[in-house]
Design a protein around this ligand. Sequence first.
Ligand SMILES: *[C@@H]1O[C@H](CO)[C@@H](O)[C@H](O)[C@H]1NC(C)=O
Ligand SMILES: *[C@@H]1O[C@H](CO)[C@@H](O)[C@H](O)[C@H]1NC(C)=O
Ligand SMILES: *[C@@H]1O[C@H](CO)[C@@H](O)[C@H](O)[C@H]1NC(C)=O
Ligand SMILES: *[C@@H]1O[C@H](CO)[C@@H](O)[C@H](O)[C@H]1NC(C)=O
Ligand SMILES: *[C@@H]1O[C@H](CO)[C@@H](O)[C@H](O)[C@H]1NC(C)=O
Ligand SMILES: *[C@@H]1O[C@H](CO)[C@@H](O)[C@H](O)[C@H]1NC(C)=O
Ligand SMILES: *[C@@H]1O[C@H](CO)[C@@H](O)[C@H](O)[C@H]1NC(C)=O
Ligand SMILES: *[C@@H]1O[C@H](CO)[C@@H](O)[C@H](O)[C@H]1NC(C)=O
Ligand SMILES: *[C@@H]1O[C@H](CO)[C@@H](O)[C@H](O)[C@H]1NC(C)=O
Ligand SMILES: *[C@@H]1O[C@H](CO)[C@@H](O)[C@H](O)[C@H]1NC(C)=O
Ligand SMILES: *[C@@H]1O[C@H](CO)[C@@H](O)[C@H](O)[C@H]1NC(C)=O
Ligand SMILES: *[C@@H]1O[C@H](CO)[C@@H](O)[C@H](O)[C@H]1NC(C)=O
Length: 457
Amino acid sequence: MLFKTSIAALLLNVLGASATWLAYEEYLSRLPKTLSKHQGTRPKISFEPKQPFSAFPKSPARTRDCYVQSHNDMKTDDSAYILSAINKCNNGGHVIFPQGTTYVIGTALNLTGLKHIDLDIQAYIQFTNDTDYWQANAFFQTFQNATTFFQLGGEDVNVYGGGMLDGNGQIWYDLYAANIYILRPILFGTIGLNSGSISDLYFRYSPQYYNFVANSTDVVFQDINISGYSQSNNTAKNTDGWDTYRSSNVVIQNSIINNGDDCVSFKPNSTEILVQNMHCNGSHGISVGSLGQYVGEVDIVENVYVYNISMFNASDGARIKVWPGSPAELSGDLQGGGGSGRVQNITYEDMAITNVDYAIEVTQCYGQKNLTLCNAYPSNVTISDVTISNVHGTTSTKYEPITGYVVCSSESVCSNITLTDIAVVAPDGVENEFTCGDVDETLLQGINCTTTNLGTN
Ligand SMILES: *[C@@H]1O[C@H](CO)[C@@H](O)[C@H](O)[C@H]1NC(C)=O
Ligand SMILES: *[C@@H]1O[C@H](CO)[C@@H](O)[C@H](O)[C@H]1NC(C)=O
Ligand SMILES: *[C@@H]1O[C@H](CO)[C@@H](O)[C@H](O)[C@H]1NC(C)=O
Ligand SMILES: *[C@@H]1O[C@H](CO)[C@@H](O)[C@H](O)[C@H]1NC(C)=O
Ligand SMILES: *[C@@H]1O[C@H](CO)[C@@H](O)[C@H](O)[C@H]1NC(C)=O
Ligand SMILES: *[C@@H]1O[C@H](CO)[C@@H](O)[C@H](O)[C@H]1NC(C)=O
Ligand SMILES: *[C@@H]1O[C@H](CO)[C@@H](O)[C@H](O)[C@H]1NC(C)=O
Ligand SMILES: *[C@@H]1O[C@H](CO)[C@@H](O)[C@H](O)[C@H]1NC(C)=O
Ligand SMILES: *[C@@H]1O[C@H](CO)[C@@H](O)[C@H](O)[C@H]1NC(C)=O
Ligand SMILES: *[C@@H]1O[C@H](CO)[C@@H](O)[C@H](O)[C@H]1NC(C)=O
Ligand SMILES: *[C@@H]1O[C@H](CO)[C@@H](O)[C@H](O)[C@H]1NC(C)=O
Ligand SMILES: *[C@@H]1O[C@H](CO)[C@@H](O)[C@H](O)[C@H]1NC(C)=O
């Protein structure tokens, strides 16, 4: 194994440290530590300190091993080997991608028929740079035209191993800069998974979001390390850490995210979601929404608990974004409003912020800068029973001295939004100065509200 590794290191020298191989270099540098840490066994999943909304089903031990072959040449598609091992070990087996081995995936893998299986990824896996192939073949998920490199679903599936998935994002960041309509695949598609865990993995350079979790229940993500920035002047856009959609009883915990969009985002019909012990850097915060974008659709986000978050260098800490009742436009390619639904029973507790533009941002006028217009057509997505407590730290200079924003479109569609134990200070020393509108200010404890007719984005 070590021999193979040094061959790969040699190959890397020949290839040079181009953007394509940055993640692989990191993988190699982590190998010694990973080798000693990794036992080839399924990591223990423990929910601490908060418990999920419902108990997770037990996952029985696996009874046979399947090793995945590889060309190990960093260019030939290994997908057929991967499918073959998975087929052999489905229904009770343990699929091993050994340490130090490299795999290339150049085929869209439909892994939705998994059952009672563990994928033990100790290796480095890179998706190919064939953007034409992926645009034609990545799995179309309909929601926001999202596509995924692969889709993983079924029942009782555990993915772990200390290895790395590299989305080869640079080529996509550059392509997107030239054409915003290209479809950039999501690195990890959890689609229709009922009961499972994804843990102890490194995700690098996703072309778009890192995780899309749809049509899934009883799924936990733990110890995931996400990172990947553009090496060119074209920034890596829409690189959300997680987006949940039509899913229930999902836990996301103990993870590190370095990205440039939402750290975690709850899209339509996300219910019973627990997010805890997260370190988010460079993001757009932990966000509900956006919701109510499409007329005729009913978007529901309820029973969400976000606990113990460290938020650095972000546009927002705790965020709820809802479109107003009439059409609005955030930008040429982001328009909406008029959809209905509800945001209910959302708790954010214990968040430390550093250099964050708004510690808290609740808006029901998403995309509508003219509050007169927003108020004339209140949102059809109601917001109720939101508690945000113990948020502390310093904001950035962006909106100084304002450190937060809570603006509804009408008091009649917003109720019981409670803020307690908030201590957020702007760099100039002013504390808890918020922009407020159409909310019950008596529930915004310790906040100094000023009103404005300026919207937000
Ligand atoms: C993926 O596989 C499932 C069976 O697990 C099948 O029902 C579905 O049609 C497949 N999807 C695509 C896009 O091939
Ligand atoms: C795509 O990857 C292949 C195989 O690694 C490499 O030879 C080629 O130069 C890459 N193309 C681009 C445009 O990066
Ligand atoms: C989820 O399930 C619904 C209903 O079966 C299906 O229409 C949809 O394509 C699935 N996937 C996503 C991403 O919504
Ligand atoms: C999805 O793609 C279609 C066709 O390119 C486009 O008209 C539509 O606006 C896109 N929708 C979203 C939400 O991006
Ligand atoms: C996660 O990845 C980042 C970026 O490479 C690195 O700085 C950090 O040490 C990693 N953390 C862990 C716990 O592996
Ligand atoms: C990035 O932009 C800067 C300033 O516009 C320019 O000097 C530099 O050459 C650009 N770098 C690349 C890789 O295009
Ligand atoms: C969300 O749930 C509501 C209520 O059950 C339903 O009307 C709506 O169609 C669902 N939306 C999606 C995208 O599944
Ligand atoms: C609201 O969420 C909390 C967790 O934040 C949960 O304990 C409670 O059961 C939820 N309420 C309802 C009515 O589901
Ligand atoms: C906001 O919209 C109202 C109603 O259309 C209009 O009268 C007003 O001039 C607008 N205000 C701004 C600042 O554009
Ligand atoms: C949205 O709410 C308004 C009242 O504010 C109502 O007149 C309208 O019918 C609603 N639209 C939809 C699509 O539910
Ligand atoms: C306000 O919402 C919280 C949940 O965030 C809930 O525990 C509380 O009972 C609600 N209060 C009222 C008066 O409805
Ligand atoms: C509240 O804000 C107003 C307007 O900015 C300011 O004059 C006042 O000093 C602030 N009060 C506190 C207690 O910070």
